[in-house]
Design a protein around this ligand. Structure first.
Ligand SMILES: [Ca+2]
Length: 480
């Protein structure tokens, strides 16, 4: 059981065995005649060459055990430190996949991690491991290093009937407290290592929260290695003999070897695989906007679509680039002004609110004056607010320049009819059956959303939805 959950790499003994077998087979094939025939001599020579490569690789190999924390036994429920109530009661919970803090730090190894509540000092999860050789192992852990707080937990390694080795982590920062990402998220993934002298055979590895802390503990992976030169920064793995063999191929491959792939030599991509761009305009930046001052009539305005958030930076920017023809980044015509909403509220030139009406008039004037510029929306979590008659008419007028409405992490921010979906999938036997049922339900729900927004049936309602899936990619990409 534990072997299926741990990536245990035994190389040294296996390689010596393979080398012996290769030489024995080659020698048998070559026969024992003093004068080998040319073909047999070449085969024997190749066997020696391969044996030498494997011996060289074997000589530099180390033993490594890589364990994903989320594979430990005893992990129960869910604990997401960035969530509203990250509590546990004597157990570790699944955390992840984190989509912002974790991804900006290289993501989680194996896509997941585990965490426990700040005041949970009794969480335990573990797994059996087979220690391949006796030696001093560096026990590395990738974990959440909370800013200006300790992040303590322990790793306990126990041989059958033997005394445990207990290693404590997170007593001091492993990432400097003014690290940009640590300042931004209030924590950063870091690696810490301690040594453990281990004997060959079975051992129990356990992860213990062990302490009450101010913030959650979060652990991504645990690595035991005899490689003392290994120093991970993100998710790098210790040196691996298989990579050495592949790197050797980069210097040349025996042309007599036959490729493993049956289809070779044809790598031209079909036409359907070529990325398409909006109106064949090439790359565009869909850039969030929370105002349209740049489209107003003030001659001292910055006359390009821009968006800055910090008040002092915004004021300095608007002062420096007032009426400027060239502005860093924002005078690039590939920038597409993108507004938040389910519908084109930004085009409501008949809005009752005077400010909204003025903004719409300014933006429509900008669209008329910049006939080659596209525009866009972003619908994340936006309510299905009905648009006004003028917004609907303007939308149809400028629809050909509408790059679309981004739906971040979602197929379109609509709710499925749960009962209808349950009935539609009740007889599904395959993924294709499920996809067919989900597609029908998604299109109907999306059409209902657009009916609510535009106040009438909206043919091809899915035409401008831009599903931006990441963690839902595996499940929903085929439906887009
Ligand atoms: Ca992990």
């Amino acid at each position: 059981m534990q072997n299926s959950k741990c990536k245990i790499q035994h190389w040294r003994r296996s390689f010596v065995y393979y080398v012996f077998v290769i030489l024995w087979v080659a020698r048998r094939g070559a026969g024992c005649q003093p004068a080998l025939q040319p073909a047999r001599r070449r085969r024997y020579s190749r066997a020696w060459w391969l044996a030498l490569v494997l011996l060289a690789v074997s000589a530099s190999a180390h033993e490594t055990i890589w364990i994903e924390a989320e594979h430990l036994e005893g992990v129960r429920g869910y604990c997401w430190p960035a969530g509203p109530n990250p509590k546990t009661d004597g157990h570790w919970g699944i955390s992840g996949p984190g989509w912002a803090a974790e991804w900006t730090q290289g993501g989680e190894s194996g896509f997941m991690s585990i965490a426990c509540g700040a005041d949970d000092d009794k969480a335990v999860a573990g797994v059996g491991v087979e220690v391949p050789v006796a030696g001093t192992y560096q026990v590395w852990v990738r974990f959440r290093d909370n800013r200006e707080a300790t992040s303590r937990f322990q790793v306990r390694l126990t041989p059958p009937g033997g005394q445990p080795t207990i290693l404590t982590y997170g007593e001091r920062p492993v990432i400097e407290e003014d690290n940009e990402l640590k300042l931004y998220w209030d924590w950063a993934f870091g690696w810490e290592s301690h040594e453990a002298a281990l004997t060959p055979g079975q051992a129990r590895l356990e992860l213990l929260s062990a302490f009450k802390e101010k913030a959650c503990r979060q652990v991504d992976c645990i690595v035991l290695t005899t490689d003392k030169t290994y120093r991970p920064l993100i998710k790098e793995r210790p040196a691996h003999p298989a990579w050495d063999v592949l790197k050797a191929y980069a210097k040349g491959i025996d042309p007599a070897l036959k490729p493993l792939a049956r289809r070779v030599g044809e790598f031209a991509l079909p036409e359907s695989w070529k990325p398409r761009t909006f109106r064949d305009k090439g790359f565009l930046y869909l850039w969030n906007m929370d105002q349209v001052k740049w489209a107003a009539s003030d001659p001292k305005r910055v006359p390009h679509p821009y968006h800055l958030r910090d008040k002092d930076v915004l004021e300095a920017f608007e002062k420096k680039y007032a009426a400027a023809a060239q502005v860093p980044i924002f005078s690039d015509p590939r920038i597409v002004p993108t507004f938040h909403g389910a519908g084109p509220k930004i085009l409501a030139t008949d809005a009752k609110d005077a400010k909204q009406k003025q903004a719409a008039e300014d933006f429509v004037r900008w669209l008329d004056a910049n006939a080659d510029r596209p525009w866009a929306m972003m619908m994340n979590y936006a309510p299905n607010e009905p648009v006004t008659p003028a917004a609907r008419e303007n939308f149809l007028k400028y629809r050909e320049r509408y790059a679309g409405n981004i739906s971040g992490e979602n197929l379109g921010y609509f709710d499925f009819d749960a009962a209808a979906l349950k009935a539609a999938t009740a007889q599904a036997k395959t993924r294709r059956d499920l996809a067919a049922a989900l597609t029908t339900g998604a299109l109907q729900a999306n059409a209902a959303k657009y009916r609510a927004v535009f106040g009438q049936e909206w043919p091809d309602a899915y035409r401008e939805v831009i599903p931006c899936l990441s963690c839902g990619m595996t499940a929903f990409a085929p439906l887009c």
